[in-house]
Each structure stands twice: as structure tokens, then as C-alpha cells.
Design a binder for this molecule. Sequence first.
Ligand SMILES: NC(=O)c1ccc[n+]([C@@H]2O[C@H](COP(=O)([O-])OP(=O)(O)OC[C@H]3O[C@@H](n4cnc5c(N)ncnc54)[C@H](O)[C@@H]3O)[C@@H](O)[C@H]2O)c1
Length: 356
Amino acid sequence: MERQKYLVTGGAGFIGSHLVDALLARGEPVVVLDDLSTGRLENLATAREQRHFQFVHGSVLDASLVDTLVSECGGVVHLAAAVGVKLIVEEPLSSFIINTKGTETVIESAHRYGSRIMIASTSEIYGKNSSGPLKETSDRVLGSPSVPRWSYSTAKAVDEILAELYRREHGLRSTVVRFFNTVGPRQSPAYGMVIPRFARQAVRGEPLTVYGTGRQSRCFLHVADAVEALLSLIDLPDAVGETFNIGSDEEISILDLAERTIACAESTSSVRRLSYSEAYGPEFEDMERRVPDTTKLRAFTAWQPQRNLDDVLADAVADARSEMRQQVGGLVVEGPANGEAGNPAVQTVLAGPCSV
Ligand SMILES: NC(=O)c1ccc[n+]([C@@H]2O[C@H](COP(=O)([O-])OP(=O)(O)OC[C@H]3O[C@@H](n4cnc5c(N)ncnc54)[C@H](O)[C@@H]3O)[C@@H](O)[C@H]2O)c1
């Protein structure tokens, strides 16, 4: 029997590429559509060696391309999006358009061909609601629409509404997944993600920059556990028409996270506090707490995270070290990551500005 092909939009990205590897490992044929704006072809190095894999360079805004690809696939996982606080704040208009029109284009094609679709949403949906743990039905508490941060939350809410209305009115078989902070290998530090940024600062011996008071807390799920959650839902009949939080419930303040990262990297880095306005401009708003309630996901599936924050940090530090080795042309710095030890040729690179 021929297996169903999956279209993964944004499959060259962080979560997408791990999902692609997992689907291929299960023997499922996969097509990736990605414009490589934040994704990287290197993320698909393993996938590209597989026979049942195809990469298409293009945008989810290209309706005719999306339509052709959806028509050839039985299942769609829509992950493509403009992602990361930094990118959303710096390029709010194009981000909003990709995150609304792009999703609408993919949904329309999924509806046209009767494909089942899984749509990536976000914990940003809950806005400034800092109560917790947050259930899928918890309220959205948003600031003014003129604050760019809330445009990402609103765009993803539009996506969720589109999915639900297409389901109700046209029978679209859709499932929405709301990722809370997800981390692990291949995550780019360039768009404001805190753990990859801390890990790189720690291995370079640079100060870890903590925004605001540092008392704000978050939970971080390893990407491998996020992918397990996706796989458990991807063709579960009961998941059609449902929305699920995907995240860890191990809560930590950002200040403690900085200290844990420094300890994990055995670094001598210090911690430097920066106000939100210095980091992101005067309009920036953030939430104090972000903790998911994953009772629903656990009730529908047998999902349980297999990794804790120590595993997450160990992987992030290993990833940062491996990237640093590549940047210095294969020279490896041993010993404490204080930016002063080691080969002078290496130091020049290590002393350079952090990419964030
Ligand atoms: N990583 C997290 O913690 C997190 C949290 C909440 C939600 N999400 C959601 O999960 C999804 C995946 O995020 P990620 O963390 O892997 O980010 P990512 O940036 O690594 O992946 C997004 C991918 O989409 C691609 N892309 C962007 N615009 C595109 C376009 N117009 N056409 C085609 N491809 C395009 C990018 O090149 C990239 O490969 C996103 O929808 C994001 O909103 C992620």
C-alpha cells in the first residue's frame, strides 16, 4: 500500500526539520515547502539523503505552488511562519502578512483537496495572561494592537479562527497545536530565542543579557518531546477540531535560567540586565509568567515529556559549542569558556559581537 505523503511547510526550520526527520524515520514520504528565511538547508542534511524526501524552495504566499503541493499530499503540517520576538518587532508588516495570508492560502488548499491539516499556533495566543497553568480555553489578554508584539498573537489567533470556521462550515479536518517555548538543536539564536542566545553567550564567555527584572518565568520543552506530541496527534481521529497546548511544566525564572546555563556551560560569564526598552524599544510588553496546562494533550494521547531542563540546556550548550567550532574553522577551544583562554586566533572570533 502506498503511504500518505506529508507536506510540511516551514520544514527547514527548527521544529519542522525535527518533525521531517521523525516522519521519514517512520517511513512516511515528506515534501517540505520553505523559503529559507529563518530555516536552513543544513537542518535537512539527513532528510535530503532519503529517497522519499523532496525539498521545494518557495513561499506559502505563492497560492499556485501551495495548491500543487497540497494536491499531491494527503496530510499537511503548517509550521511556516515569521517567528521570534525580534523579527516580529523589526519586521511587523511582512510578518503579519506571512502569518495570516500564508496560513489562509494553505488552509484553502487543504480544504480544496480534503487534506487533513495540523496548524502551528503559539502560547502568545494568551497574550499577557500571566495566570497559570493556562488551559486551551483560558482568556487572551492583549495589549494595544499598535504594539507589534501583539500582532504576532493576533495573526496566530486569526489562523486558529480560520481553521475552526473552515472546519465548522466546510468540514476541514484541522488540528491546532499551541507551542509554548520549545528549544533544542538547530534553533537559531538570531531571532530573539532566549536559550540559544544564552548558550552562545555562555560558551563565548560573554555576559548573558537578561531583559527586564529577570523574574519573569517560562517553561522550556525539548524539541524531541514536541515532535513526539505532534506525531501522537497527526492522524489521531479524535484530534480533529481540537486545539492542544504543547509545552513543559518545569517553570524557571529567566534570571535562574541564565545562572543554570552558565553552570551547564562551565562558563565564567556574568549576567547583565537590560531593560525591555533598551532591548526592543519603548513599546515592548512582556508577560510575567507562561506555564501550560497539558492535561488535554495527555488525556487524548499517551504523551509524556521524556527530557527535563538539564537535558535542554546540555543540548543547547553542545549546539552552541559545535557552531563555535565551525565558525573558527575547526579549531576547538578547550577549558573554561571565559573568552580569554586558548588560541589567539580563536579569541578574535569569540570576542566578536553576539549575533543578537
Ligand atoms: N519554537 C518555539 O518555541 C515556538 C513557539 C510557539 C510557536 N511556534 C510556531 O512553530 C512553528 C515553527 O517555528 P520554529 O520555532 O521551528 O521557527 P523557525 O523559524 O525555525 O521555522 C519557521 C520556518 O518557516 C519558514 N518560513 C517563514 N516564512 C515562510 C514563507 N513565507 N514561506 C515558506 N516558509 C516560510 C522559515 O524559513 C523557517 O524554516 C511556527 O509556526 C511558530 O509560530 C514555535
